[in-house]
Design a binder for this molecule. Structure first.
Ligand SMILES: *Cc1c(COP(=O)(O)O)cnc(C)c1O
Length: 398
């Protein structure tokens, strides 16, 4: 192991007394990001004003940052660009893929996918016409459901609720055998475990950066297009910054070169500054070390909770190959239990109907944190500490 996880932990602002097991939903603040955003605001926006687009390199930032994400997801240089939100990028990738496979009309996804991916696919089908269809199967049935009718698969590698992991290589290979394209949603993969987009031959990928990549609330998404498709993929959301020459102000749209065409409008410069600083932490991280540490933490948590809390049912696969970087347990009182945990400084979250979700992020979580979290959960369960009225009141964000 070459990664120094003590150093990475020191790179984050972590409130005293809090065990933060929700880096899979919103990563903590990297110390360098606070300073970088402040500098971008005062020295760039404040002093350069509009000249910052050239002088401070704001215009090239989406591709520059994209290249740094590329390393973390096994993508070739020049294949990733930043911007918008993940939902928008799902739409962008889907519309392009469908247009590239025009004889077919079916998008294949699974019932473990995140609702926004489904909603975007449904909306796109409605726009394209009644013969387009979103076909949803059980996660275990995805491989067999890929047949000659499928235009594109829209699969999230790691299930946001259970942490179940799909076999990206097998699904991509089968899709290609059957003439389908693949879109991989890496929302819970990028920064969570090694991803090998180029090696598996993925066609498109998308993901967000505010989860494991720590870009802060509302941080921009990324999109990947395989080099073999870069000059043929045609964006449906064809904004001016995806144009070949935005400052020619042509009235007719011509797609930009390669991945640049997947840009839409003005990039979120302040959020990109936060992300750029957040990515510095990753420069000294070996993803194989990260994965080994993550599996060790999730194993420890599963063993500890199962030994101490017989009423909680494990929802996450035990098999390492089938597990992401989170652990989920089911309980009918999951919401109240999580509120009781949060009140005691252990931050996870709840996903309806009954999932207690805990994310394990070795950059700033260690074995001692896991041991403490297990003890607190055991105490909450053994003494029914969750059964107080204030823990049952549902907030807007769970
Ligand atoms: C977190 C997540 C999203 C969120 O999309 P936004 O547009 O960034 O809000 C979408 N899809 C998946 C699979 C996610 O995990």
């Amino acid at each position: 192991m070459t990664t120094d996880f003590t150093a990475t932990r020191d790179a984050f602002v972590l409130p005293e007394g809090m065990i933060y097991l929700d880096g899979n939903s919103l990563g903590p603040l990297p110390k360098a990001a606070a300073a970088r955003v402040a500098q971008t605001v005062t020295a760039e926006w404040g002093q350069m004003l509009i000249t910052g687009w050239n002088k401070a390199g704001w215009m090239d930032q989406p591709a520059r940052v994209g290249d740094r994400i590329a390393r973390l997801i096994g993508a070739e240089p020049g294949t990733v660009v930043m911007g918008d939100t993940l939902s928008i990028k799902v739409y962008q990738a889907l519309a392009s893929a469908l247009a590239m496979n025009p004889a077919r009309r079916v998008i294949l996804s699974d019932s473990g996918n995140f609702p926004s991916d489904m909603y975007m696919a449904e909306g796109l089908c409605r726009t394209l016409g009644a013969d387009y269809e979103l076909r949803v199967v059980e996660p275990e049935a995805v491989l067999d459901a890929i047949d000659e009718t499928i235009a594109v698969t829209l699969i999230t590698e790691i299930d946001y609720r259970t942490g179940r992991r799909h076999d990206m290589a097998a699904i991509t290979s089968r899709a290609h055998q059957k003439g389908a394209l693949t879109i991989w949603d890496l929302a819970h993969s990028a920064g969570a475990l090694p991803v090998h987009l180029a090696k598996v031959g993925a066609d498109f990928a998308v993901g967000c950066t505010y989860k494991y990549l720590n870009s802060g609330p509302g941080g921009p998404a990324f999109i990947y297009v395989a080099p073999r498709h870069a000059e043929t993929a045609r964006p449906a959301l064809s904004g001016w910054l995806g144009h070949e020459s935005p400052f020619a102000f042509d009235l007719a749209y011509r797609p930009g070169r390669g991945i640049e065409r997947m840009r839409v409008g003005t990039p979120p410069v302040l959020q990109l500054a936060a992300l750029e600083a957040a990515l510095d932490v990753w420069d000294n991280v070996d993803l194989a070390d990260l994965r080994a540490a993550s599996l060790s933490l999730t194993d420890q948590f599963i063993a500890g909770v199962e030994a101490a809390c017989p009423d909680l049912a494990l929802a996450t696969p035990r098999d390492h190959d089938r597990r992401g970087s989170q652990v989920s347990f089911r309980h009918p009182q999951g919401y109240a239990i999580m509120q009781a945990m949060i009140a005691r400084g252990v931050i996870g979250d709840f996903r309806a109907p009954d999932i207690l979700r805990f994310g394990f992020t070795p950059l700033f979580i260690g074995a001692a944190d896991v041991a403490k979290a297990v003890d607190i959960l055991a105490e909450v369960m053994a003494n029914r500490l969750w059964d107080r009225p204030e823990y049952h009141a549902r907030a807007k964000v769970t």
